[in-house]
Design a protein around this ligand. Structure first.
Ligand code: CA
Ligand code: CA
Length: 183
């Protein structure tokens, strides 16, 4: 699935919040989600894209320009593998993207996924006030130069992509919601 341009309450999980239990979150594209801005302070705590209070499995996902006070992409308690996390113009460190994750392996760090057309928030000239922002949607198909092509794992991946195209194409799964079939 695509999760883009969503906003959560100040305690986080812009797109997905897992309280108890566990979730498997595989082959998604999370773009520009955010935990809501708190007054004139900083963005809300915890997980611009995913907030989990339990152990979840997060594989083959793109996290693009998600925002939170801690854990731009994911907040705590997870097994993270074969994901790409990238925030344009920001300091793309593991600590910024993943706040207190569990097992972390096989991730591809901090490469622009090269979407056909990334969505974005129009800040209406007031970057410190999110309340008047409007969402401009995008197209998250990968371009031919995307580093996410062939960078995922086939293990546990769904047999088709978000559009029903077979997965994998060319032997190995892409990271994100779309297999790349050439455009
Ligand atoms: Ca604004
Ligand atoms: Ca492929």
């Amino acid at each position: 699935m695509n999760n883009d341009g969503q906003e959560a309450g100040i305690s986080g999980g812009g797109a997905v919040r897992v309280n108890g239990g566990s979730a498997s979150i595989i082959n998604n594209t999370f773009a520009c989600n955010r935990s809501a801005y708190v007054g004139t302070g900083s963005p809300g705590l915890g997980g611009g894209a995913i907030f989990s209070t339990s152990t979840s499995t997060i594989t083959n996902n793109i996290f693009y320009d998600n925002r939170a006070g801690s854990g731009w992409s994911v907040y705590t308690g997870t097994t993270l593998s074969y994901c790409d996390a990238y925030n344009p113009g920001q300091s793309n460190t593991q600590a910024n993207h993943y706040y207190s994750p569990g097992s972390v392996s096989g991730n591809m760090y901090y490469s622009d996924p090269s979407f056909l057309n990334a969505g974005y928030w129009n800040d209406n000239g007031t970057p410190n006030d999110w309340s008047d922002d409007t969402w401009v949607s995008g197209d998250y198909h990968l371009q031919s130069d995307s580093p996410c092509i062939g960078a995922g794992t086939n293990t546990g991946a769904p047999a088709d992509d978000i559009e029903g195209n077979p997965r994998p194409i060319n032997g190995t799964c892409e990271i994100g919601a779309y297999e790349y079939a050439g455009q």
